[in-house]
Design a protein around this ligand. Structure first.
Ligand code: AMP
Length: 232
């Protein structure tokens, strides 16, 4: 097997509030691979008022998926940002519909590549609502805090860069419930899509952040070990 096959292309999937962003950041730092979150890109565009941001805003605010067309337009750029220098990536929050999963497969296949593993963070709806209504997020670096279980050191500001924390509009309970409906209706078929392809790993996200990272790391290490074994 060629060295390029040792590259890990990981998808992190899960309902809103399951810890995708936090874990993706930790894994990308630990394994030195690129990390791209479609949610973060869309939010940055809405903050800057770009054409993409203006179009995406209403969908984000109401808890719907932005149309696939907007996501497909981002795909090439997404890939360059994620894979560019790092040779390997973690995509966080993409794909979120079966159409997106198919588009990603085609895109990677045309480059002789494929998804190495899909890491699914599982969490019950009630736990998600509890986590998200108390979540406050740094609008600059995206780091998130829970007002009860992991508050910032100084009230209302990010420990990392001192930026004011925001209560995302889509982290209010009515929108959270709608985002969950969207997840169950449109994103769960993606789980089945990758389950059939034998690359799906399920992780219980109701553990501490550190325990989830350990479990995800163990999977990443096994994958790396297996591909090194294959290459001999
Ligand atoms: P997130 O930060 O991942 O929870 O994403 C916030 C919002 O951005 C979602 O509720 C969607 O409106 C939108 N979004 C993020 N990623 C996607 C995607 N892959 N497809 C469609 N909409 C997305």
């Amino acid at each position: 097997m060629a060295a390029a096959d040792l590259v890990q292309r990981i998808l992190l999937i899960g309902p809103p509030g399951s810890g995708k962003g936090t874990q993706a950041l930790r894994l990308s730092q630990k394994y030195q691979i690129g990390h791209v979150s479609t949610g973060d890109i869309l939010r940055r565009n809405t903050q800057k008022g770009t054409a993409l941001g203006r179009e995406a805003q209403q969908f984000i605010t109401s808890g719907d998926l932005v149309p696939d067309r907007l996501i497909f337009d981002m795909l090439e750029d997404l890939y360059k940002r994620a894979d560019g220098e790092h040779q390997g990536f973690i995509l966080d929050g993409f794909p979120r519909s079966e159409n997106q999963a198919e588009a990603l497969s085609e895109f990677l296949e045309s480059r002789g590549q494929r998804v190495s593993a899909v890491l699914l963070l599982e969490l019950a709806d009630d736990e998600i609502v509890e986590r998200l209504v108390h979540r406050r997020t740094c609008s600059r670096c995206g780091r998130s805090y829970h007002l009860k279980s992991s508050p910032p050191t100084s009230e209302g500001v990010c420990d990392g860069d001192g930026t004011s924390l925001v209560w995302r509009e889509d982290d209010h309970e009515d929108v959270i419930r709608h985002r969950l409906q969207t997840y169950h209706g449109q994103t769960e078929p993606v789980v089945a899509f990758y389950g059939k392809r034998g690359v799906l790993h399920r992780i219980d996200a109701c553990q501490s952040i550190e325990s989830v990272t350990l479990e995800l790391s163990a999977i990443m290490d096994r994958l790396a070990h297996a591909s090194r074994g294959d290459s001999h």
